[in-house]
Design a protein around this ligand. Structure first.
Ligand code: ZN
Length: 135
């Protein structure tokens, strides 16, 4: 089964916690055991699993990515968002997460983030849920 969710990102570069939305999609399909693939079908956004307890972590990650791929860098791409494409490559566009007991098996401090690098925009996230339970 596939779920598509939409997320309105509120800023130019921002990490949006989507853990609860993804957890609800899994609950809806009543999958107790399996995996889910979380995929963002955009070239200037990414999916990341990382610490959600201290918002300063997200600030630091965005700051480091900006050092690695500064917004103004004399790039050739005429759309003017090459830095966002580069950051999306560095973060990656999907994650696979184990489902057990009907819940995402994330670590204590882990959350799932949609990483926006060229917002604000409306973004889609595709969630493919695979159950390993026998019917
Ligand atoms: Zn572009």
């Amino acid at each position: 089964m596939i779920e598509t969710i939409q997320v309105n990102t509120p800023d130019h570069a921002v990490m949006v916690d989507v853990t609860d939305v993804i957890a609800r999609a899994i609950e809806k399909h009543e999958v107790r055991s399996g995996i889910c693939v979380v995929y963002v079908p955009h070239t200037t956004a990414g999916i990341m699993v990382n610490e959600g307890a201290d918002p300063a972590v997200m600030d630091d990650i965005l700051a480091i990515l900006e050092k690695l791929a500064p917004w103004r860098g004399g790039y050739r791409h005429t759309e003017g968002n090459s830095a966002a494409h580069m950051k999306a490559i560095l973060i990656g566009g999907s994650k696979t997460i184990i489902i057990d007991g009907g819940r995402l098996m994330l670590g204590t401090w882990e959350r799932i983030f949609l990483c926006e690098f060229d917002g604000p925009r409306t973004r889609k996230i595709r969630i493919k849920i695979l159950s390993d339970e026998r019917p």
